[in-house]
Design a protein around this ligand. Sequence first.
Ligand SMILES: Nc1nc2c(ncn2[C@@H]2O[C@H](COP(=O)(O)OP(=O)(O)OP(=O)(O)O)[C@@H](O)[C@H]2O)c(=O)[nH]1
Length: 521
Amino acid sequence: MSDEKIELLKKKLLSSIQARQSLERSYEKQFTSLTAFIGKLTNTCKGLDVELDNRLGKLRTHLNKNTNISKLEPLITELSKLLNQQSNKNAQQLQQAQVALLGAAKTLQKFKGLPNEFRRSLRGVIQQIEQPDNSYIHLIPVLTQLVNLYQEFATLEIKELEATPASTDDTAALEPLRQKASAELINILSHIAFSGENADKVDKIRHTLSSHVSAACLVESCVEVIRLVVGSITEERQSAQSFLFSLNDALSSVHSAVSTSISGSQSINESKQKLNAQLKDNLTGMSDEVNKATTLDGLKKQINLRIADIIDALNQKESLESQEHQLLIGSLSEMESRLKELEVEAEEYKKKLSEQRFKSLQDMLTKLPNRASLDERMELEYRRWMRYSHDLCVVVADIDHFKKINDKFGHSVGDRVLQIVAATLQKGLRETDYIARYGGEEFVLIFPESKLKEIDIKLNHLREAVNKIPFKFKNADLKVTISMGATQFKAIDQPQSAFDRADQALYKAKASGRNKVILTR
Ligand SMILES: Nc1nc2c(ncn2[C@@H]2O[C@H](COP(=O)(O)OP(=O)(O)OP(=O)(O)O)[C@@H](O)[C@H]2O)c(=O)[nH]1
């Protein structure tokens, strides 16, 4: 072989080695980015399954160490098996999620009175959930939309909504409604005053409602309350009716006494007029006889006869006048006694009305003023504050973890705790301060002519007084604490805004550990 040929062959060999090296470099680069990519891909599966995580971790380590692929084959086989299982599991869970989301969306759809736009969005969500080729990725935005719709639903005016009869699946979805209705019914009951047997019945209903009640029990309680209210209204109407009957009776007897006296006076008047005419006749006759008289004896006789007639007429007149007087006295005393009876009845009725008004403003359990009274008082203090610009503070107080007391010791103990705490708070106030039971285990206090920093010490005394109450139930000591939020009325305030600010402060007191007083400006 000539030198020339050998040189050519060398060149070809060199270029093919270079080509091979460049190919190998390119493969190596591709392999590195492929293993990095597989590494990243395996990371996305992290957390699905422990077994899978372990194997994928192993694979990543091998790939980082550039282990020969052929050695990884058994690991890759295991992994594909696990990935297969995982994919079946995912499909199953996806289906369950679809069913659950569909159930939740359809529960919402069953409410009547939903706004049109809300209903349209809900329909869109249902269509998306029902897509046959859904994946987790598709479901996530749908889930977000559904959660947003539930949030919007929670802010809708519940009373406008009317749920169709709930199936057992819907019970959980209706729970917030049930709770709200129970609380509202308890609140309504604290605004109405019942007496006697009805008050006991109302107390029982309140008790039932303050524990967890089923929807059926809630409906039953509502019906019972309506029955009691109707009963009370009927009772009230009957009582007012009987008073009106008495008033009517009294007026008719006064009327008949007056008519008897008028008709009696009329007939007496007629008789008196006759007697007057008789007197006039006698006097005229006397004057005629004086003129015509010829002898004194004859005149004397005639005049005596006339005088006897006149005396007789005057006697009759006097007796008539005394009859008239008696008649008048009789009817006046009759009227007086009827009016006296009426006065007694009116007094009793007035007393009953004022007792009822007092009861309607009092909380039955704690005997503190109730929410209706609070509304009145707050309005009054607000108007005074506007007029005189005196300082005015409002406080919202709430017993801590009261539910636990009910749960652990029962509702009667819970009631007793409420009564004792209420009395303790009331005892620590000035006469001009005010406290009402706002509802449940919550109280509202009003401090007229007080600055926020002035009531701070007082509120902390009250808080400590509650903390020191030596409760003992079922041989166990019970510590009860109370949290309070307080604020002072500011120039821009309405009663509601001041109340809300105090309520926010109460929320902070609860969030920062309870048994605290938080003041807010
Ligand atoms: N015994 C009794 N319990 C009542 C009455 N009114 C409301 N409740 C109960 O008071 C409890 C209030 O509980 P929550 O609102 O959860 O408050 P809490 O347990 O005090 O918790 P925090 O306020 O957060 O400290 C509920 O269990 C009601 O049923 C009532 O007149 N008597």
